[in-house]
Design a protein around this ligand. Structure first.
Ligand code: C2G
Length: 135
């Protein structure tokens, strides 16, 4: 059983997230996801529109995702990989190199990000005032 592990906020799910999850799942037999808690997001200076419970229900409904657990800090990856016996760690390549320290524990794979879509852009497009400021 080859376990693939990844982490993220996964707020307002879009095809960039789905592309990542689909490709990650294809690398093994199951995909588990460390979903950033609301508190951890605050630490990442990211405010998600949907809270953890909402984001968890949505993520668990995706066919590529087998299990979702909370990501509460940066350090837990070291123990998560051991506890879940993950053999591949996957992130989008906006994180290229940032998690190479995990290479002692498992394979580290950075996948190309899906261009031209992000939760930030979606959130900004929902906020008409933003365009006024931007232009
Ligand atoms: N992603 C992508 N293409 C996009 C947007 C996101 O491939 N257009 C990928 C990111 O690279 C990441 C995953 O989707 O691997 C989740 O993205 P976010 O929810 O933005 O996660 P992030 O805030 O990067 O948190 O410990 C790691 C952090 O929790 C990652």
């Amino acid at each position: 059983m080859k376990t693939v592990i990844t982490y993220g906020t996964f707020d307002i799910l879009h095809r960039g997230h789905i592309n990542l999850l689909r490709r990650a799942r294809a690398l093994g037999d199951r995909l588990i996801v460390g979903l950033s808690s609301d508190e951890f997001n605050a630490g990442k200076h990211k405010s998600s529109l949907l809270n953890y419970e909402n984001r968890k229900v949505v993520l668990e409904s995706i066919r590529y995702v087998d299990y979702v657990f909370p990501e509460e800090n940066w350090e837990q990856k070291l123990t998560d990989i051991k506890d879940y016996e993950a053999s591949i760690f996957v992130m989008g390549d906006d994180w290229e190199g940032k998690f190479d320290f995990l290479k002692d524990l498992c394979e580290v794979v950075y996948l190309p990000r899906t261009a031209a879509i992000s939760t930030t852009e979606i959130k900004n497009s929902l906020n008409p005032e933003f365009d006024a400021i931007k232009n």
